[in-house]
Design a protein around this ligand. Structure first.
Ligand SMILES: Cc1ncc(COP(=O)(O)O)c(C=O)c1O
Length: 369
């Protein structure tokens, strides 16, 4: 068997190669690179895909979250509930806007924010709940909406890892008052560089965000608000429009590969497999297993030329900028346990089922040693 990379974009890119090179050539020759027709039409298509009224393209996923927080005036004195177990960008968006991070431990089965531990963290200062649909698994949005409703809190979804996922038939990225996503190249819908978007059903918020991402210009050179520069560019938008047509198919393939992994790894060693709730349609951005023997297993798979990764080796609260924070919940033991035991296996649309079989056989061999 050839070495198995953690991720290969080659099969996806083979499908869209001609359309993308054509679009890039056209885009190059058009002499219009920022905020033009391509961005507009991608925004329309992505809004339709997510079943929301508005999509606003921005520079990256981090900006999408920061701008979303800003759009709801979140800042100093406010508290934002975030998952303790997430990619550090979620936390950075919150702390860089001046708000206080209130981390909530994950549900040990799903690794997503534990919805039964949110309410105990709500205070008079809580303004936002920011669920993260980590690894492409939707959070329990029924419960989160209930809690947010009861305490008059705003929901801002971090949908960076879950394009196309659904909770009870409704798209992630369509539950919050405003939501951010990333089109980082390795995401389920990835650009050929940085990119991100905000989704919302709120007309006024969408208008604000459209201005804010472009220096707050109400029209060229006339500022309405003190905005920033965070725009999705024309070339990336044209690439995303082409790839969006295949997203459902690619997500379907991810689910098939994940089922195969689950089938073959059930009962192997001490492996904990990803858990999907009945109400959820996941999109398996990452396929993350857990084992107490994670480090040895990773090293063993390395020697068999199977590349794996760890998402994430150091949880946000142990990252340098946060070690001095006086976080209310200091003992984030579940989060730390996940960091110490989780291992992401190779999975990408177009991956050969024989490759999955090979990875599973090697994992079984490791545990039967
Ligand atoms: C959960 C999560 N939030 C936020 C981000 C930030 O996105 P970006 O890298 O486009 O800024 C990412 C991805 O990188 C992510 O995985």
């Amino acid at each position: 068997m050839e070495p198995i990379p953690f991720l290969s974009l080659a099969p996806q890119h083979a499908i869209v190669h001609n359309a993308i090179t054509e679009a890039l050539k056209k885009g190059f020759e058009k002499n219009w690179y920022i905020l033009g027709e391509e961005v507009k039409s991608f925004e329309t298509e992505y809004a339709r895909f997510t079943k929301v009224r508005h999509c606003v393209g921005v520079g990256n996923g981090y900006d999408a979250l920061s701008i979303s927080l800003h759009a709801f005036n979140v800042g100093a004195g406010d508290e934002v509930i975030v998952p303790a177990h997430t990619y550090v960008a979620t936390w950075l968006a919150v702390s860089n806007c001046g708000a206080v991070i209130v981390p909530v431990e994950p549900d040990p089965a799903t690794m997503l924010i534990d919805v039964n531990r949110i309410e105990e963290n709500i205070t008079q200062k809580t303004k936002v709940i920011m669920p993260v649909h980590l690894y492409g698994h939707p959070c329990d949005m029924t419960k989160i909406q209930e809690i947010a409703g009861r305490h008059s809190l705003t929901i801002i979804e971090d949908n960076a890892q879950a394009h196309g996922a659904k909770w009870k038939e409704k798209m992630t990225g369509s539950f919050g008052a405003i939501n951010g996503t990333s089109f980082y190249p390795t995401k389920n819908l990835g650009a050929l560089g940085d990119g991100g978007a905000i989704t919302t059903d709120d007309d006024a918020i969408a208008d604000f965000v459209r201005q804010y991402r472009n220096y707050g210009f109400e029209r060229k050179n006339y500022c309405e608000v003190a905005g920033i520069n965070s725009r999705l560019d024309e070339l990336q938008a044209s690439v995303l429009s082409i790839k969006l047509k295949y997203l459902d198919q690619w997500n379907h393939e991810r689910r098939e590969l994940a089922s195969q992994y689950i089938e073959r790894l059930k009962g192997v060693g001490d492996i904990q497999l990803p858990v999907t709730r009945n109400e959820a349609l996941p999109v398996h951005h990452l396929f993350v297993i857990r084992s107490a023997k994670r480090d040895k297993l990773k090293a063993y798979l390395d020697t068999r030329q199977i590349e794996t990764m760890i998402h994430y080796p150091l949880p946000p609260h142990l990252q340098k900028p946060y070690t001095s924070l006086n976080l209310r919940t200091k003992n984030l033991l579940l989060t730390e346990e996940i960091a110490n035991t989780s291992l992401s296996l190779p999975l990408w649309p177009g991956m050969d089922t024989r490759q999955v079989e090979y990875v599973c056989d090697r994992i079984s061999a490791f545990f039967s040693k």
